[in-house]
Each structure stands twice: as structure tokens, then as C-alpha cells.
Design a binder for this molecule. Structure first.
Ligand code: ADP
Ligand code: MG
Length: 359
């Protein structure tokens, strides 16, 4: 049984007439890595600031460890915040930055230098910065600064750590490595991390649970694999950036879209919301034009545009009859990359049961 550490109910926060949070409901499990995915402007930072106590909601409740906290000031909430730009003290060493939060916290400051030293030493080891204690924070790398920011928060032993796009300032290579590091550090200290990101790959790779924020509301909360396989709306499928999407309407005859009518398969999303048809990039077979198609398959014609290689996968782009671009992803461990000729015509084929239909 997992318990819930944080619950938000019907939380609204408006700036003038703009509702950054709009009747938002949210439950965060204890001792878990939770990622929160949302496009820019969807309210991610506002949500973290409300949870941390830097903003007061206009309406709704915030319950943390069984206690209502809407009016509790930030430093009395037992919640840590890792800022996107790290917000370190540039004139202090790694160790002094980490010690700062501990010595200066309002509740229970640690004044015994021996205790401070021991806790700081342990935390620096935990985040993998041993040997750099006396370095200035301007003399270390971006990834190391990220670890200092994390250590400075974790040393105060919060019950929840909020991370606002924590990998956004790092280059792509380092970002990949820090993903694994952050998960490992969280497991070692056993507190919940709520990690906000605009990157669907980061959200899916890191979160045990992934929450999707759209226009100030949580629109889906699921395990990463469930979310990836079964987005519950066209909007979520679009954020995941791994589905070809068609607008249209659903009837008993099938899904009627811009390229004709597709027969329906087994998977229908719950009704409500915008209708649409979604087929994952990696569920598509590219065949020569005019090749056979089985009864349980759907096929549309496409003209090959280009390939894009990215490590273990290749993404191929086709233009469809209505001019839109259609994407096919081939994992090189499973398939050979389709060997397509530029401007060549192909059949793009999928199993109708692999498609998601939103009614
Ligand atoms: P995200 O972090 O997902 O990009 P934010 O929470 O920063 O989104 O912003 C959500 C919306 O609220 C945006 O439209 C933004 O312009 C607006 N907003 C955020 N903070 C303020 C503020 N202090 N004053 C006015 N509008 C704000
Ligand atoms: Mg933000």
C-alpha cells in the first residue's frame, strides 16, 4: 500500500483574468519519484510555488502529511525546493552552500559545528561530490552545481522535494546521466521527489508516476508505461510526442478523418473531450506501394521525405495526401531501418487494434 503525502483539491490561482491553476486536483504518493509533465505556460511553476507556500491559492485546499497548509509559510512546511537556476551563493564553497540551509533554517537550526560538519559531509558523499568540499561553486561544472543545489535542500531532511525543471540548464549529455543520478539519490534518502519538466522523454524515463498538466489542471495521472500506452485524451497524446494524430469523428462505421474512414479496433478511450485517432510512431510498418494488407490492418499512402538517426532508433518522415507529415520510428534492435527512396511512394500500415480512438 502506498500512502499519499500531498493532496491538492480544487486549487485555483489566477493572475488577473488568467487562471494559472484552474480547479486542480492532485495526489502525490509517498516515497516515490513523481514527474509532472506540462507544456510551457501550463502552470507548472505556479503549482510548485503553491505547494511550497510562495503563493497562496485563491481557492481550494493543500493537505501535506495530513495537515492543511494553505496559510503555513514556506519555511514551516518541511518541503524542499530546488530552483531551475540552482540559486547557489557564488561566494561560498560547496560545503558552505550545503551547510547554509541547515544552520539558517528557522525550525530546528543546527548550531553545533560538529553536527553540521558531519551532516554536510554525509550529504556531499550522497550526491557524489566528495573531494570538492572546499571548491567555490563557480569553479565546478553545471552538473556538480546541480548536485550542490540538491544537497543543500536534502540536508534539511524535507519530507518532499520539489524540483523545477532541474535538468533544463544542463547540456544533453549530462542531462541523460543526471536522470539516473537523481533517481538513485532519491532512493537512498527515501523522500518523494516531485520533478517538473516540459520534456516527455524525461517525464517518462524518471517518474514512477507521471502527472500531466494542461491549462492549469491535471488531465492524467498514471504509471509511465500506462501513460505512454494509453494517453486518455488527444491533448495528452500530443504532449507525449510519439503519436500520429488525426482529427475527425467516430461512428459505428469507423473513424472518419481527412484521409477517409479507418475501421475501429479494440481500444477506445473514455468518451468526452476532443475526438481523434492516434497511432504510435513505432507501430507502423512501411511497405512498398500496393503491397498486401491484412483484414485487421489499416493502410494509407505516403511519400517518403527523410530519415533522422538517433542512436538506437531511426525516425522516418512521410507526407500524406493532405500534406501533413507522418512519422515512423524503427528501433534498430528490432527492425532494420526501412530503406526508402526520396519521393518514393509507400504504404504505411498498422494493426487497427494498435490505434487509440478518442470519441
Ligand atoms: P510553466 O511553469 O508551466 O511554464 P507558469 O506556472 O510559470 O507555467 O505560468 C502559468 C501561467 O501563469 C502563464 O500564462 C504565465 O504567464 C502566468 N503567470 C505566472 N506567474 C505570473 C505572475 N506572477 N503574474 C502574472 N502572470 C503569471
Ligand atoms: Mg516554469
Amino acid at each position: 500500500m502506498t500512502s499519499t503525502v500531498l493532496t491538492l483539491s480544487k486549487v485555483t490561482r489566477a493572475y488577473g483574468t488568467l487562471k494559472a491553476l484552474d480547479g486542480l486536483d492532485l495526489a502525490v504518493p509517498d516515497n516515490a519519484y513523481v514527474s509532472l509533465l506540462g507544456p510551457s505556460g501550463s502552470g507548472k511553476t505556479t503549482l510548485l510555488r503553491v505547494i511550497a507556500g510562495f503563493e497562496t491559492p485563491d481557492a481550494g485546499t493543500v493537505t501535506f502529511k495530513g495537515r492543511r497548509v494553505e496559510t503555513v509559510p514556506p519555511h514551516r512546511r518541511d518541503i524542499g525546493f530546488v530552483f531551475q537556476n540552482f540559486a547557489l551563493f557564488p561566494h561560498l564553497s560547496v560545503a558552505r552552500n550545503v551547510a547554509f540551509g541547515l544552520e539558517n533554517r528557522e525550525v530546528n537550526p543546527v548550531t553545533d559545528p560538529k553536527v553540521v560538519e558531519a551532516k554536510v559531509r554525509d550529504m556531499i558523499a550522497l550526491v557524489g561530490l566528495k573531494g570538492l568540499e572546499d571548491r567555490g561553486v563557480t569553479q565546478i561544472s553545471g552538473g556538480q552545481r546541480q548536485r550542490v543545489a540538491l544537497a543543500r535542500t536534502l540536508v534539511t531532511e524535507p519530507s518532499l522535494v520539489l524540483l523545477d525543471e532541474p535538468l533544463g540548464a544542463l547540456d544533453a549529455n549530462l542531462r541523460g546521466r543526471m536522470r539516473g543520478e537523481l533517481r538513485a539519490i532519491r532512493e537512498r534518502c527515501g523522500v518523494t521527489f516531485l520533478h517538473v519538466t516540459g520534456s516527455e522523454t524525461e517525464a517518462l524515463a524518471m517518474g514512477d508516476t507521471v502527472l500531466v498538466l494542461d491549462q492549469g489542471r491535471i488531465v492524467q495521472a498514471d504509471r509511465a508505461d500506462a501513460l505512454y500506452n494509453r494517453p486518455n485524451s488527444v491533448a495528452v497524446a500530443r504532449f507525449l510526442n510519439c503519436y500520429n494524430l488525426f482529427d475527425g469523428s467516430v461512428s459505428d462505421a469507423g473513424f472518419k478523418g481527412p484521409l477517409g474512414t479507418f475501421p475501429l479496433g479494440a481500444h477506445r478511450a473514455p468518451a468526452g473531450g476532443r475526438p481523434g485517432y492516434a497511432i504510435r510512431y513505432d507501430r507502423i510498418d512501411v511497405r512498398p506501394e500496393g503491397a498486401g494488407v491484412a483484414a485487421d490492418e489499416v493502410a494509407i499512402p505516403g511519400t517518403f521525405i527523410a530519415d533522422e538517426y538517433s542512436g538506437a532508433a531511426v525516425n522516418s518522415f512521410f507526407s500524406l495526401e493532405d500534406g501533413r507529415v507522418f512519422e515512423v520510428e524503427s528501433h534498430l534492435s528490432q527492425h532494420e531501418a526501412p530503406d526508402c527512396t526520396p519521393h518514393g511512394r509507400y504504404a504505411l500500415v498498422w494493426k487497427r487494434d494498435d490505434a487509440l480512438v478518442f470519441a
